[in-house]
Ligand binder design. Structure first.
Ligand SMILES: Nc1ncnc2c1ncn2[C@@H]1O[C@H](COP(=O)(O)OP(=O)(O)OP(=O)(O)O)[C@@H](O)[C@H]1O
Ligand SMILES: [Mg+2]
Length: 374
């Protein structure tokens, strides 16, 4: 065989090997991305490991995918000055990057030490990553919507049941209370009877409180809607809550937007929202005790944020917090109705509640009230 011809053969064999490596990498990526219920971080941490073997010098190659403020790296990752980089564009928005590094200086070929085929391969990989991310994010969004619909459905069913119970119990309860108070007025009662009647009165009052909360949750309370300044409601509510904060050594800081538009709301009901969330926050805080209350607005909405540095909640707990009678507190400490009341009132105001919580860090409730435009 002539030398030139042999060299050409060796060269094309090498090129073929490179091509096989590229195809293997893409094939394995496709295979993996077909898996059901794949999360983004599972996908990206697997993909990043498939990149180095597809490059000319696999043992000197490391890779990194940066996405959503997270970094995924291949084994032995280190930054050097020999780098190829591609953007990850999801829905035409730059969301991250993929980088490939050589750990050592290698002979210069097309694009520094990298082949032009390698630059192309990285472009193909970044497009594949973007498509897979798009698909996974769409699936995650659908899942969240479905969960929200299920949650709203469940709350509506519980609401109907609770509305019926509250309504049916309210009248007989008022009779019990009324008659007990009548008996109590009788001066001829002996000590024992007086004590018993007072117990009936106390228990009835307690039950009435619960019924009242259930009525807030099921939106059966009489209401008085006027144009209201949310900042003023906060100040009025906190006037009564600050002594409790002081007693519990909770520092309160306010970040209230002075130019807040008025909202069409029931003053008393908004007061209930603030009281219930703040009381929960105070009860949740142990070591660090900082409560932040903030308001802000845009053209459509007024936002109320109440943030604590308390124990936080697990995702499992968060799923139940608006259900009536759900409580993690010891018997006698909580009835589990506070946030149900909040939910009922916010729904009544056509608002939305968003809760963010991290265990050991704290919780933030953000409530959005629509600004009335007509
Ligand atoms: N800021 C918070 N930090 C941590 N957990 C919270 C917070 N707010 C609410 N929770 C959790 O949500 C549960 C339900 O709260 P909710 O206010 O409805 O009832 P409760 O506080 O237990 O009783 P009640 O308000 O009727 O006295 C609480 O028991 C607690 O587990
Ligand atoms: Mg509570």
């Amino acid at each position: 065989m002539k030398k030139r011809y042999r060299n050409k053969l060796v060269f094309s064999e090498k090129a073929l090997q490179e091509r096989v490596k590229e195809l293997t990498c893409l094939y394995e990526m496709s295979e993996f991305s077909q898996k059901e219920n794949l999360t983004l971080s599972e996908l990206l941490s697997y993909f990043v490991r498939l990149i180095p073997p597809a490059w000319q010098y696999p043992y000197l190659t490391v890779a990194r995918i940066k996405f959503n403020k997270k970094s995924y790296t291949s084994r032995g990752f280190k930054e050097t000055s020999f780098r190829l980089i591609e953007k990850i564009n999801v829905n035409r928005k730059e969301r991250g990057t993929i980088e490939v590094y050589y750990l050592k200086k290698m002979p210069y070929v097309d694009d520094g030490p990298f082949l032009k085929e390698e630059r192309k391969l990285l472009q193909v990989i970044s497009r594949k990553v973007a498509i897979d991310i798009e698909r996974i994010e769409a699936k995650e969004k659908i899942k969240i919507f479905q969960e929200q619909i299920r949650h709203a459905d469940r709350l509506a069913t519980i609401g109907e049941l609770a509305a019926g119970v509250a309504h049916e119990i309210n009248n007989p309860l008022n009779s019990i209370l009324g008659f007990a108070q009548l008996i109590n007025k009788n001066n001829n009662l002996n000590e024992q009877d007086k004590n018993d009647v007072e117990r009936i009165i106390k228990a009835s009052l307690h039950s009435r409180e619960i019924i009242k909360k259930l009525m807030y949750f099921t939106r059966q309370m009489p209401q008085d809607f006027t144009m209201v300044n949310l900042n003023q409601v906060i100040r009025d509510a906190m006037y009564f809550l600050e002594p409790q904060c002081k007693k519990e050594k909770v520092t309160v800081s306010y970040n209230l937007d002075d130019n807040l538009p008025l909202i069409f709301a029931d003053n008393l009901q908004l007061n209930q929202v603030i009281v219930n969330i703040v009381v929960n926050a105070i009860q949740a805080m142990q070591k660090k005790r900082k409560l932040t209350i903030a308001t802000h607005s845009n053209l459509q909405s007024v936002f109320l944020g109440i943030e604590d540095t308390g124990v936080g909640m697990s995702e499992e707990i968060m799923r139940h917090i608006f259900n009536p009678f759900f409580t993690t507190k010891i018997t006698g400490k909580g009835t589990g109705l506070g946030l149900s009341v909040v939910h009922g009132i916010v729904t009544n105001h056509k608002g939305k509640i968003n809760v963010k919580s991290k265990e050991g860090i704290g919780t933030k409730f953000e409530i959005e009230f629509p600004v009335k435009t007509n």
